[in-house]
Write a protein that binds this ligand. Structure first.
Ligand SMILES: NC(=O)c1ccc[n+]([C@@H]2O[C@H](COP(=O)([O-])OP(=O)(O)OC[C@H]3O[C@@H](n4cnc5c(N)ncnc54)[C@H](O)[C@@H]3O)[C@@H](O)[C@H]2O)c1
Ligand SMILES: O=c1ccn([C@@H]2O[C@H](COP(=O)(O)OP(=O)(O)O[C@H]3O[C@H](CO)[C@@H](O)[C@H](O)[C@H]3O)[C@@H](O)[C@H]2O)c(=O)[nH]1
Length: 350
């Protein structure tokens, strides 16, 4: 397409020092793609960025920095992972979430349009659906987020949709893929990256911390849901498969493909109890747990409809089973316990 940057152009990964972004960096590098990371290290870690990948330490909302970075590194595509991700925190501090996730995404999209960067891949979330009544959840399901986190992401999807509509047909076309992640878990099979959270909230991460003795017990947030065993059901996707989906989205846009909004999951749900049983099976150790009250805002079941991603992207998941997800998360947790350099502090000033 006229005016577009070539396929060999560098990919900018915002939030590339974080959990999912660092796996995308690995997936891109494994395929020989040139990558630059932009991260403010608010939750990310310098050590998550592989040697040889430039890390620009800065804010994704800083348009002067972006213009300079785009030109200096010859950026052709932006993968936008940077953001704030803790749902209960978004309820307590909505404006901080709208600023970091929505306002700063606005600056980034605007900077792309101004620089003629026409390919954008965005980390969206199943939280845009809220509490859907029917499973599986396909992309036409009504969008009714029930917390500021989901709303902040949905607004960015809308900005992308409207920007593509306005600029998509011009010579410097703007096209995007928004990937709505379901429950992301696991770690790089080669042990190069994984999840490091100052305050963990995700089930598999907390289970890994508990079974390795870092927590006394895990609390199951409610066992009286209308699900087969009473605990919540989620569609867990391995972080490396998700990273590969980003590479597939990149290829789709580079081949001239249209803008898309796609669910990322496997289309299969596991209950909290099933996940915890798998942790016990993989480790051969009992997991201390107790039943607690429901957690506010938890939908009983979220399972992705995955037909659309299957027909749109050339993406074949390679780690699509719960045992692999759990085993890789546990291997990473063991490594964190042994090798403290992985835990190199993010940004000491924050
Ligand atoms: N983890 C999940 O289960 C999940 C599910 C759905 C969607 N997502 C989305 O995926 C993306 C990545 O999530 P993650 O789990 O890797 O979280 P993370 O906290 O590990 O990564 C986010 C990264 O963005 C950086 N960052 C935050 N604000 C920034 C800013 N203003 N400027 C520059 N860098 C900034 C952080 O330092 C961090 O490295 C987020 O956009 C999140 O909303 C995550
Ligand atoms: O200590 C714990 C932690 C979690 N859970 C339960 O485990 C399930 C999964 O919880 P969690 O891992 O926190 O993920 P979700 O709340 O489902 O949210 C994740 O998945 C969503 C998409 O499905 C994304 O939008 C969010 O960003 C992401 O955090 C839920 O039923 C929780 O109540 C427990 O019972 N005990």
């Amino acid at each position: 397409m006229t005016g577009e940057k070539s396929d060999s152009a560098t990919v900018l990964v915002t939030g590339g020092a974080g959990y999912i972004g660092s796996h995308a960096v690995l997936a891109l590098r494994d395929r020989g793609r040139a990558v630059v990371v932009l991260d403010d290290l608010s939750t990310g870690r310098r050590s998550a960025v592989p040697d040889g990948v430039p890390l620009v330490e800065g804010d994704v909302g800083d348009k002067a920095l972006l213009a300079d970075l785009f030109a200096r590194h010859g950026i052709g595509t932006v993968m936008h992972f940077a953001g704030s991700i803790v749902v209960p925190e978004s309820v307590e501090r909505p404006l901080a979430y709208y600023r970091n996730n929505t306002v700063k995404s606005h600056a980034l999209i605007e900077a792309c349009v101004e620089a003629g960067i026409g390919r954008f891949i965005f980390s969206s979330t199943a939280a845009v659906y809220g509490m859907p009544e029917r499973l599986p959840i396909d992309e036409r399901t009504p969008l009714m987020p029930i917390n500021p986190y989901g709303a902040s992401k949905l607004m960015t999807e809308w900005m992308l949709r409207d920007t593509a509509a306005a600029h998509g047909l011009r010579p410097a076309a703007f096209r995007y893929v928004a990937l709505r992640y379901f429950n992301v878990a696991g770690a790089d099979p080669q042990g190069r990256s994984g999840q490091v959270s100052r305050v963990a909230t995700h089930l598999i991460k907390i289970a890994a911390q508990t079974v390795t003795g870092q927590r006394a017990e895990l609390q199951i947030h409610g066992d009286d849901y209308d699900t087969p065993d009473g605990t919540c059901v989620r569609d867990y996707i391995h972080v490396s498969d998700l990273a590969d989906a980003h590479v597939a989205a990149l290829r789709h846009l580079e081949a001239g493909g249209a803008s898309e909004v796609l669910n990322c999951g496997y289309g299969r749900g596991y209950s909290v109890r099933e996940v915890l049983a798998m942790v016990e099976r993989v480790t051969g150790r009992p997991l201390p747990m107790r039943i607690g009250p429901r957690r506010a805002g938890d939908p009983p079941a979220l399972v992705a409809g995955v037909e659309r991603i299957g027909v749109t992207l050339d993406w074949t998941p390679r780690h699509a089973d719960l045992e692999t997800i759990v085993a890789s998360a546990l291997a990473w947790e063991e490594r964190l316990l042994k090798d403290h350099s992985v835990l190199q502090p993010s940004n000491p000033s924050r």
